[in-house]
Write a protein that binds this ligand. Structure first.
Ligand code: GLC
Length: 602
């Protein structure tokens, strides 16, 4: 479903374009009543339910000023590309002022734009230009921690009696004396390696940081922290953003006993060790504690205040929800009385990391049957993990494998999210030498953990030396991978057999075929361990079948043989992989290696 209520969309875009810049370069939003007409229709309310969301890592997408770092004006320049692809919304990883230790996830001011990326005016222009193309802008919201350079933390660490002291998590060391800092309060570890406690000599206490030392955790037991974030969220909603992706949401709270986490032992009875050489802990005292749900609901209430006729459309909450199972994921949607995320990320399907038909079928069935009426948010990639071709490819059929996975992503029920460059088949290209690593975990963990630079390389727009990412004279902040010579937008744009064309075609089908728009997902041929087949079925619409060969050998399937009452029927082809699939009837669908067939029953 496109953001089809064009009239209202233009009203919004015009209103946003009318934001008035002030002398300091800041822009003030117009009042809602002036801003929008009362035209919220069902299409706008539901825009996120069958949506396509594109994740942009702004540093790496498009540089417009020749400093080798991507920026907001660069993104604005590329909106027509995103529009042509059929994208409904872009999620921008953090663009707020930041010392950039964690490339923006260490925020020092939540109400401005980092000068490396532009200004608030550039941001307003991006939102307005995106709106004209019916593309919504989703911000990243980091509530677990701030930068150690944020004013709140500078105050907090300045003295034990400062009013901001209890905005963060401070504890005494174990066995501390006047001359020694003692030991950290407990065995908790940073996800980025080593102790999660940092000694602060000025006030002689340790502060807690789940991520980098420069990212002190906020204290969510303090009501002032809650209020501060409600205000920040409102600040951006007033500027026309369509929602937020809530970062590291499961780690907001720590167990109030502050006791040690359990060390996980291997078969030999010794602690398992992670890439940093630390013992593996069970995370039971620092992850997914119950208070998290109250905060999500509280933020949902704040955001829902904007979902009125004065602000047409729905602002959505996406969650960074790495969870161990579907039951935990289901909880993240909340209850009718206390709703939480509209779209918690489903990491169950994304990280199977093996072309295992039974595993895909089981996880997709979970998503269909165990989250009630909610909408799944499917994805394969983001800026924290090796790209999908690197995780699923076999080095021989990589293009076909990516087509097969993209089919799972876009032809399944729900909202689909993908990461810039997936649509052209960008590959993870990690640094070869430790001295080239930019992501600090790649330095701490070298060589086992090379960091996340490899999946953050510049977007490959064309085959030139800078891949069209920056100007010829500038050095991109991460090197352009050699694969840019063949894997790039310019090479794929007019090639009917390219991955980019396959993505566009799948997205077009997702948005225009009624069974894809509204239909449920029903697995077919469920004993087959080589081919994943399913049906999309919506009342009043023709049924659509999808078959994806998960093997390198040709396969044939008969979808009339079993399943939910399907009779041998004639099929009209909607989409098939180039040279790799064919069918005229449900009882014989032929698929080449990793081939895909999508057909409509007549
Ligand atoms: C999230 C982000 C990741 C960041 C971390 C700490 O997991 O996706 O990039 O490093 O939070 O903010």
């Amino acid at each position: 479903m496109h953001w089809t209520n064009c009239a209202a969309a233009v009203v919004i875009a015009t209103a946003l374009a009318m934001m008035t810049p002030t002398a300091g370069g800041q822009a003030t939003a117009m009042k809602p009543a002036e801003q929008m007409s009362q035209t919220a229709g069902a299409n706008e309310r539901n825009w996120w339910k069958n949506a396509v969301i594109y994740e942009i890592y702004p540093r790496s997408f498009q540089d417009s000023n020749g400093d080798g770092i991507g920026d907001l004006n660069g993104i604005t320049k590329r909106l027509d590309y995103l529009k042509a692809l059929g994208v409904d919304a872009i999620w921008l990883t953090p663009i707020y002022p930041s010392p950039q230790v964690d490339f923006g996830y260490d925020i020092s001011d939540y109400r401005n734009i980092d000068p490396r990326y532009g200004t608030l005016q550039d941001f307003n222009r991006l939102v307005a230009e995106a709106g004209k193309r019916h593309i919504r802008v989703i911000m990243d919201m980091v509530m677990n921690h701030t930068s150690d350079q944020h004013q709140w933390f500078l105050e907090s660490r300045s003295s034990r009696t400062n009013p901001y002291r209890d905005w963060y998590v401070w504890r005494d060391g174990k066995g501390e004396t006047a001359t020694s800092k003692g030991e950290p309060p407990n065995n908790w570890e940073s996800l980025f390696g080593h102790s999660a406690w940092q000694w602060d000599p000025k006030t002689r206490q340790y502060y807690y940081h789940k991520f980098y030392i420069q990212q002190p955790d906020l204290n969510w037991n303090n009501p002032k922290v809650h209020q501060a974030f409600k205000d920040i969220i409102s600040f951006w909603l007033e500027r026309g953003v369509a929602g937020f992706r809530f970062d590291a949401i499961t780690t907001l709270y720590e167990d109030p006993t502050f006791t040690d986490e359990r060390v996980i032992l291997g078969k030999d009875g010794k602690p398992l060790r992670n890439a940093y050489g630390d013992p593996e802990l069970d995370n039971s005292k620092t992850d997914n504690l119950p208070g998290v749900h109250d905060v999500i609901h509280e933020m949902r209430e704040t955001i829902d205040k904007f979902n009125t006729s004065a602000f047409p459309g729905t602002r959505v909450m996406i969650g960074e929800t790495y969870l161990p199972n579907i039951a935990q994921l289901a909880k993240m949607y909340g209850t009718p009385a206390a709703p939480e995320f509209e779209l918690p990320m489903d990491t169950q399907v994304a990280f199977i990391n093996k072309l295992d038909v039974a595993a895909f079928r089981a996880r997709l069935t979970d998503v269909e049957t165990r989250i009630g009426d909610h909408v799944p948010l499917l994805l394969f990639d983001n800026h924290d993990n090796p790209r999908m071709v690197t995780r699923y490819g076999d080095g021989v059929h990589d293009l076909d494998i990516q087509r097969a996975l993209a089919t799972v992503l876009f032809a399944s029920r729900g909202t689909a999210m993908f990461y810039y460059g997936d649509e052209i088949g960008m590959v993870t290209t990690p640094p070869k030498r430790k001295q080239d690593v930019k992501d600090p975990i790649g330095i701490t963990g070298w060589p086992k953990e090379k960091g996340r630079d490899g999946e953050r390389t510049p977007m490959q727009w064309n085959a030139s030396a800078d891949a069209g990412f920056t100007t010829a004279s500038a050095k991109p902040w991460l090197p352009v991978p050699p694969s840019a010579a063949t894997i790039n937008v310019a090479a794929e744009q007019n090639n009917p057999d390219s991955l980019l064309t396959w993505y566009s075609e799948l997205i077009r089908l997702k948005k225009t075929n009624p069974a894809f728009e509204h239909g449920s997902n029903i697995m077919l041929d469920t004993e087959n361990d080589k081919v994943l087949s399913w049906m999309r079925q919506a009342p009043g619409a023709r049924q659509v079948v999808v078959s994806v060969n998960f093997t390198a050998q040709p396969q044939t399937v008969n979808l009339a043989a079993g399943g939910p009452g399907l009779k041998p029927a004639r099929l009209t082809t909607l989409l098939k992989t180039p040279g790799g699939a064919d069918a005229t009837s449900l009882d014989r669908i032929a698929l080449g290696p990793f081939g895909v067939y999508i057909g409509e029953l007549q």
